[in-house]
Design a protein around this ligand. Structure first.
Ligand SMILES: [Zn+2]
Length: 110
């Protein structure tokens, strides 16, 4: 994947995320009263909404960082070991910042 393609894909992901974040920040449509949630049910709509929003915001951050790496000419290189991130991985996740090994090492550490 060349830089122009990567940029195009990242920008479309970014636009998509911006759209969902805007919707999510608007809150769930017709927010229901919270008393239903207090009656022992697990998550309120607002909580669920916040969880989705957190994921979207984090995802957005990684996309913005990938665009920055494109600008710096470091796109496609693992931020930990500096080796190229495999093409197939970038196809699946253009915002990926680490190779598979570094990513799994990082996830294990958590
Ligand atoms: Zn690596």
């Amino acid at each position: 994947m060349n830089d122009a393609t990567a940029r195009m894909r990242l920008e479309s992901i970014l636009a998509e995320l911006d759209r969902s974040i805007r919707v999510l920040q608007g809150g769930p449509p017709g927010e229901r009263d919270r008393s239903a949630a207090d009656a022992g049910s697990d998550l309120t709509d607002a909580d669920r909404n916040r969880a989705v929003l957190d994921v979207a915001v984090q995802h957005r951050r990684s996309v913005v960082e990938a665009l920055k790496r494109l600008d710096d000419g470091r796109y496609g290189l693992c931020v930990d070991c500096g080796r190229p991130v495999p093409e197939g991985r970038l196809e699946a996740r253009p915002e990926a910042s680490r190779c598979v090994e570094c990513q799994s090492r990082r996830e294990r550490r958590r």
